[in-house]
Design a protein around this ligand. Sequence first.
Ligand code: CA
Length: 406
Amino acid sequence: MLRAADWIPLTHTGLQRRENEDAVLAQPPVFVVADGMGGAQAGEVASRIAVDAFAEGLPERGSPEERLAAVALTANRRIYELSRTESERAGMGTTLTAAYLGENDLAIAHVGDSRAYLFRDGSLTRLTQDHSLMAELIRRGKLTEEEAADHPQRSIITRALGPEPQVTVDTWTYPVRAGDVILMCSDGLTSMISEAQVTEILRTYTGVEAAAQALIDEANRAGGRDNITVILVRLEEVGSAAGSDQPTVVAAAGVPAPGPATDATGVAVATPPRPARPAPLARSHRGPGDSGAAPPPRRRGRRYSRSAAALLATLIVLFLFGSGGWLATRQLFFIGTNSQGLVTIYRGLPYNLVAGVRLYEIFYESGVPASTLAPPERGRLLNHDLRSQANAQNLVNDLELGKVQQ
Ligand code: CA
């Protein structure tokens, strides 16, 4: 059976933000990173609510994935309710990456673009799939990981806890073993330094504390543009006879070689002579209501390329989004007309990229022809202004009930 041998939660405001909107919890066997957004004391409230929900403990019943997802949904509800009752908190949200260490596996619940990684035998494997505009474009083959890494809009996320009454939580379970190191982090780490740099640091530093500090230092050295949060957990095997609370050396627990080397403190984040590819990880289960998005990326490198011209066009349009990077594009709505000229609610952003990417989809088609609207109402409704779901639905609802001048 596994347990957390050494762990550390570490968070830093970074060099350019005044507040730290990240929140972190390391309460073995539960570990949580939340990256709040919404500005002006809203983001830190949202991330704190999420972490506090996990600090209260998981429900008794269900699989670890179900228990994690249940708490995530509770947090979503609490954040959403607070954002509705306090105007200064309107629209606040948070990412969530939560993990539960079981006897032989790690369950993860995930929303947003914070991440969990597995560091094993000197190699790093990402365990979560970002819910972000960049990830979406990468999935569609419109951007490469490298191109996305430096992208000014890389912090736009497409799913968060809080902005909507409902949220889909992705969950997975991965087999883990002694000597593995789990890394969980906010995008303040991964947007500043590459996975190759993360890997190098985890190979170099032999204790979780030193490694976590080195990761944060490196992100700050790269500019520290965002809050940086890191959890590192090193796993060890404990036998049934092990009544000791003392951290044990990994290799002494019957783990087949090559086990990571250990330093004087028994902490192992060391490098085997030649990094091996991590064993394939099975995704065993998806969370409630998940629509079956692709499994988390396990590949490295690039599978797609695209023309520089198309990329440039993409970048230009993405720049138009402005710097409100936290906005969840799939949770934005606008009103327009469909191909039959009927008033229609769209979800997303009212942009077509020349590369054939539409940043919106039809959410609801009314039965009202736009041609029946008086010109002022047409201008007021069909202007592609970004709206909340409720606002768009109320307007179109009024239209259908004849409350709008036609
Ligand atoms: Ca962040």
